[in-house]
Design a protein around this ligand. Structure first.
Ligand code: F6R
Ligand code: MG
Ligand code: MG
Length: 381
């Protein structure tokens, strides 16, 4: 019997800036899900938040991309947004980009990670939820979990994992995907996913039997709306143990707070700090980007848990390092590489500045214009 885990999230407004979801809005969403559980549409649910993102974790038997489940999430967000508006919360309803729901939340604003599978006798999963960053932030840790033997011992010593994993990589610009096998095509895989603003790991499958192992949300809100509407803070689901990476292998990459795009105004590089639910709020420079990991057992569709996996001194050093990196990056102020490159920024004054200065630029006769006299990519020797 198949079960589906759906994690659907949206920023429907936040208290005192883009910092933290208000508990009353979570309660409003939870009431909608409680009613759906009572009616039997979903088996179980857990409502939480990370920073300004409201997170709905649901289990059901309806498969991925189901209109009833997406419609339910949409209703829950709508109800939460109504409360946010009533309370005058900041950016109330931000990610609900359309007034008309038409069967699927994809492309509307909410982020979605869903997987359907046959429940094992014990089915441990980890749900990751991040704020102030983008889906590509998962490229680095998901690669390490499923393709790096220095992270995941099981790739070497567990016969069920020894064949490796298949990675579905999405090109966000073209709307196409490619499946790459690790370890054989590892260098091709890295060539793509090293550009996380464009190529994102969407799904991972175990090679020997094509079992789904992981799924990441891949909505790019800024592209959906054609204008800035908030960073597409991502979520992911990863299956654990007996033929999948152990929970400890799934958490291990987060002991290194790697640099991700997002943070203030979705326009800065900063360290991804692993935190407990207690610290799932974005303060310093609206960050730093944070990630929460909740562990569950899915048992006959029920969500047993959660356990708050980063609520642990074992991640204190990662947090400390993240603070040091935050200090170091912040000292660059408005300079790259703290600030993102122009094409990835979500706020910019560049067109206005250039327009204002356009008549003040004068021909620099002493210089060869870029592109003149040499072809692009040519070296100077
Ligand atoms: C980034 C984010 C915040 C806001 C910033 C400015 O994802 O949510 O860093 O971009 O607080 O917000 P506004 O323009 O709404 O004042
Ligand atoms: Mg957010
Ligand atoms: Mg936001």
């Amino acid at each position: 019997k198949l079960v589906t885990v759906s994690v659907i999230k949206a920023d429907i407004g936040s208290i005192a800036g883009h910092h933290k979801v208000h508990p009353d809005t979570m309660a409003a969403a939870a009431r909608v899900l409680a009613e759906a559980k009572r009616k039997g549409l979903i088996i179980d649910y857990y409502v939480t938040h990370v920073g300004d993102d409201l997170e709905l974790i649901m289990t059901h038997r309806k498969g991925v991309d189901n209109p009833d489940i997406h419609g339910l999430a949409w209703d829950a967000f709508k109800k939460a947004a109504e409360v946010a508006k009533e309370l005058g919360l900041y950016a109330a309803g931000q990610d609900l980009l359309s007034d008309a729901f038409s069967g699927n939340v994809r492309g509307l604003g909410p982020g979605v990670a869903e997987m359907e599978f046959e429940e094992r006798p014990s089915e441990p999963i980890v749900v990751f939820m991040a704020d102030k960053t983008e889906p590509g932030a998962f490229n680095f840790p998901i690669f390490r979990i499923f393709a790096d033997p220095f992270n995941t011992a099981g790739l070497v010593i567990d016969p069920k994992m020894h064949d490796g994993f298949k990675f579905e990589v999405l090109d966000l610009y073209e709307g196409k995907y490619v499946i790459l096998n690790a370890p054989e095509e590892m260098y091709d895989l890295l060539a793509l996913i090293g550009t996380p603003s464009r190529y994102v790991i969407k799904r991972v499958y175990r090679k020997r039997d094509d079992e789904i192992a992981a799924v990441v949300s891949s909505e790019k809100l800024n592209m959906i709306a054609g204008r800035y509407v908030g960073k597409d803070d991502p979520v992911a689901i990863v299956r654990a143990q007996s033929g999948f990476p152990a929970v400890g292998e799934i958490l291990e990459p987060f002991s290194f707070p790697h640099l991700v795009a997002g943070w203030m105004r979705g326009s800065h590089w900063g360290p991804l700090m692993p935190v407990s639910l207690r610290d799932a709020k974005c303060t310093r420079f609206d960050g730093p980007p944070r990630i929460v990991a909740l562990g569950f057992n899915v048992t006959r569709g029920r969500l047993i848990g959660p356990v708050d996996l980063f609520d642990d001194p074992a991640f204190d050093e990662a947090r400390r390092l993240a603070q040091q990196i935050a200090d170091y990056m912040r000292r660059h102020g408005p300079f790259m590489p703290h600030r993102l490159s122009p094409e990835d920024m979500e706020y910019t004054t560049m067109p206005q500045v250039l327009e204002k200065l356009k008549n003040r630029f004068v021909e620099a006769k002493d210089y060869t214009k870029a592109g003149q006299g040499r072809t692009q990519g040519e070296t100077y020797e």
